[in-house]
Ligand binder design. Sequence first.
Ligand SMILES: Nc1ncnc2c1ncn2[C@@H]1O[C@H](COP(=O)(O)OP(=O)(O)OP(=O)(O)O)[C@@H](O)[C@H]1O
Length: 292
Amino acid sequence: MNIILKVESLSKKYNETTILDKVSFGINQGEIVGLLGRNGSGKTTLMKVILGLTAFDGGKVLFKEKDNYLEKPELMSEFGYLLDCKLFEYLNAYDNLYVFDKYASSNRSKKELRKKIIELLAFADLPNDKKVVKGFSFGMKQRLGLALSLLENPKFLLLDEPFVGLDPLGVEQLQTTIFEMREKYGITILISSHQLSEIEQMCDRYLYIESKHIKEVPKEENIKIKITLKAPQKQLIQALKNQVLIKENEICLNYDISLLNDLLKFIYAEDGEIEKLSIENHNLSSLFKGEE
Ligand SMILES: Nc1ncnc2c1ncn2[C@@H]1O[C@H](COP(=O)(O)OP(=O)(O)OP(=O)(O)O)[C@@H](O)[C@H]1O
C-alpha cells in the first residue's frame, strides 16, 4: 500500500501546554482511519496541523512524500475537510455549494459546476429546491458540510466529529454516505470521533490519542472468535496451543478466516463437537476505560 500521509515525531503545544508529544503514524491511500481519543485529547488539533490551520513545534508532516505540501496549492487542493463548517444560512444547498466553489476559485465552467453540484446533492440526499439552510435539520447540515468537503474532488478527507448531534437514523445515513465516498471516489479518510460505536463499522483501523501519544490499533485485534467445545480435546490442545488461546474446552482466536477453517477441519476430523461459537467485538471502549 502507498502511504499518502506520514507524520514523524510531531509535537504540538498551545502556549506551554504540550498537546501532542512526538507522535508518528502513517495513513495509506484508500484507507478509512478512525481517530479516537477522549474530549480534549488533541484530535481536532492534529487535523488542524495536517491542514496547516495551526503551526506545530517539532517533527514533520509529509503528504505524498512532500514536507512542504502546505505551500503547494496543487497538493493542498487534494484535501477536503469537515471541520468547523460554516454554512450560508440564507442560501439553499445548491447556492452554498456554488458559492464555496467560487471561493475555492476552481476553474470549472458553469456547466461542469452545475453537473457536480447536482451529483453531490443527490449523493448527500439533499433537496435541490429553494429551501434555505436555516430550515435544515442538523443531519441535513452535516450532509451539506460533507457535500462541500467533496466539492473540489479531494483525495484525502478529514472529518472532525461528523456524527455529533445526529440521531440514530442521521448517523446511519451519514455512515453510508461516508462509506460510499471511499467506494465511489476512492478517497482516503481520517475521521475523528469519541463515539466508538459510530465509526467502528466503517474504519479499517484506528489511531488512538492517549496522554499526548498515539497508539495504532489494527481493527482485527478487536475481533475475537470464541469456540466452546462440548468436551476438551487433548490432541487439539497439543496441536493448536501455539496458534490460538486454548483452555480446557474453550478456544479463543483472532479474526482469521483461514485459521478458523483449519481449526474447524481439525475439530471435525477429531470428532469434536462445537457447543457454542461467538464473535466478540472487543471494541475500543476498553481503551477508553483503561485510560485514567
Ligand atoms: N487555540 C487553542 N489555544 C489553546 N488551547 C487550545 C486551543 N485549541 C485547543 N486547545 C486545547 O488543546 C487540547 C486539545 O484540544 P482539541 O480540540 O484538539 O481536542 P479534541 O480531542 O478534538 O477534543 P473534542 O473531542 O472535545 O473535540 C484541549 O485541552 C484544548 O483546550
